[in-house]
Design a protein around this ligand. Structure first.
Ligand SMILES: C[S@@+](CC[C@H](N)C(=O)[O-])C[C@H]1O[C@@H](n2cnc3c(N)ncnc32)[C@H](O)[C@@H]1O
Length: 246
């Protein structure tokens, strides 16, 4: 199924409200991962990016991209939504970086163009992984890394749509997660752990780590309610995959 046009429309529609609600938290300091804003200095994932060619796959308003550009990376911010890219352009600091509009399913970059491709709930949450992962692998140079953070299957399976929160009851069929209907006809994607491994290995990538970020008990989720409030201290809400192209 092609979700490109629906997801583009969705993100164009919600961009203003989304940034009003979340921008301050996402961009509070450089390099904050996920819905609990866990610093990369704690997780130690991306490392030194100085001088590296970096692609953010679904950069939104560019909170990550502008931080890495300021650190001396040669960053491309890539996103499906013109409105999100316009927000990134408005927020760009003195470290300028290019913004490119397109879909993670069809990356408009030559093979081997990047040292690092990454996203935080970006193109690998909103494009079919069996299409987006091979594209990301193609544009990486040998030795380059694909690093991305997505919601965990635990979180999705325990999410109670009616109550609007993650609970301690399994609500969705783990084996049936696959596509998740979002508002206004948009679609996001989720795989089982086994399917993620097969998609990543199938694209020729080596899996170096699967980090399951664990927020402190009192840490707030900036996006979703959970019951109990410290849900993610007990179960993994997110999956941060660390891979490279051999
Ligand atoms: C949750 S935001 C991620 C950006 C940022 N990390 C954040 O948390 O706001 C998801 C982004 O993915 C983009 N997106 C959705 N589908 C995409 C696709 N097929 N290819 C590239 N980007 C896509 C959206 O436009 C949106 O800006």
């Amino acid at each position: 199924m092609d979700s490109i046009s629906g997801n583009r429309r969705f993100w164009n529609q919600i961009s203003g409200a989304y940034q009003q609600k979340h921008d301050a938290r996402i961009g509070a300091t450089p390099r904050l991962w996920g819905t609990y804003a866990i610093p990369d200095t704690h997780l130690r994932v991306l490392g030194d990016v100085t001088g590296k060619r970096v692609l953010e796959l679904g950069c939104g308003a560019g909170q990550w991209s502008r931080a890495l550009a300021a650190e001396g990376a040669s960053v491309v911010g890539f996103d499906l939504s013109e409105e999100q890219l316009a927000a990134a352009a408005r927020a760009m600091g003195t470290a300028r970086y290019p913004l490119v509009q397109g879909a993670a399913e069809h990356l408009p970059f030559a093979a081997g163009s990047f040292d690092l491709v990454f996203c935080d709930y970006g193109g690998l949450s909103w494009a079919p992984p069996h299409l987006a992962v091979p594209q990301a692998a193609r544009v990486l140079r040998r030795g380059g890394r694909l690093v991305f953070n997505v919601a965990s299957p635990w979180f999705e399976a325990c999410y109670d749509e009616a109550a609007g929160r993650a609970t301690t009851t399994l609500r969705q069929d783990y084996f049936g997660l696959d596509t998740i209907d979002e508002d206004q006809g948009a679609v996001s994607y989720q795989l089982t752990y086994g399917d993620w491994i097969r998609v990543l290995r199938g694209a020729g990538l080596v899996i170096d780590d699967l980090i399951e970020p664990r927020p402190a008990p009192e840490a707030a989720n900036g996006y979703n309610k959970t019951d109990p409030p410290d849900w993610a201290h007990h179960w993994p809400a997110e999956a941060l995959w660390v891979t490279h192209k051999p």
